[in-house]
Ligand binder design. Sequence first.
Ligand code: PLP
Length: 390
Amino acid sequence: MTFLRDDLTQLAAYKSPHPTDSDGEADRVQPVLDGLDTNESPLDLPEDLKADLAEAYCHQISANRYPNGDHQALKQAIVDYALRSGKIAPEIISPENVTLGNGSDELIRSVLMATCLGNHGSILVSEPTFSMYGILANTLGVKVCRLQRQDNFEADTAAAQSAIESLGTADVPPVRAVFMVHPNSPTGNALTQRELDWLKQLSTDVLVVVDEAYFEFSGHTTLSDALSRPNWLVLRTFSKAFRLAAHRVGYGIAHPAIISALEKLRLPYNLPSFSQAAALTALAHSDRLLTQIPTLISERDRLSQVLSEHPYLQVWPSDSNFIYVRLSDRGQAALEVTKQADGLVKMFEQLRASGTLIRHTGGGLRISIGTAAENRRTLANLQQVLGSKP
Ligand SMILES: *Cc1c(COP(=O)(O)O)cnc(C)c1O
């Protein structure tokens, strides 16, 4: 099929790691499955809010009409939420600083198109990190400069600086966007002051994208930078703490010039009416939805504490709603593997067989925090896989 781009043969379609109803085999093998692999909230929207939404669907949304295409009401609600949750002055933020995407994935793609498409630029990422930056870049033929994080998972800013200085000379276009997750996924660490200082001194020819998908768990934000710098974009999502992964709503906050570029690339009616209504409902009840966060955080700390005491595991502190682990040397010996990766595959598969689905990524295992019952099962299943402590 010569009409297709050659490079597409190298790529694979994104496959959801969750087994679905059509995935009959997985269902037969795994009757109970705790989906702790995608960092969603384990809590559904409360029933009365779902009822409000159903009511809105019946009486306010016309199914035959296109959705509101300029998202003004939702942008204003996001501005109000930003003011409630951050230490920023009302005069520095308005709906002109906000853009909405069909999930923040759509915004990541728009950023790539705005900064790199057509060999205008490359992106820089520090791995392990969120895989979608590289995946989406590949679909657009955008080059990715991948650097390894240091042992403590801080970005290697010296290597990053020299990569930025050396690219743009040969056939690799210059770095136009640096993507950082704050706190990082899968490793859970927030940006340090040293990393922030480095990002702030970058040339304004480079767009700094700070992905704050887990802001509500960490409390850390760079929103005031996004509102005061010409080259800084904060991405957020309703898919995690706000319990709306099903609705696909993400947003970006930046200088109006960045926002207007992203708005040019957005598809006309990218956010379904029902998703806009869901996000508005979530923001109207943000205090109530977010009251569960301290519980999730204390569950995380409890799980993290127990796992760190296990001699077969290496566990990192997390600022988010997931925990990142690897096998210690003793753990590898106990599982009779010589390579870390083989041990992780063994653990991942045995956990899945016992009903706990986690994520094997970035050279480790990432475990989302679930309900108290899910976390208890995770712990019991992990202890069974690892064997009781010697
Ligand atoms: C989950 C997640 C997102 C959210 O993506 P959506 O498309 O909004 O669901 C974005 N960035 C990171 C780092 C994430 O982990």
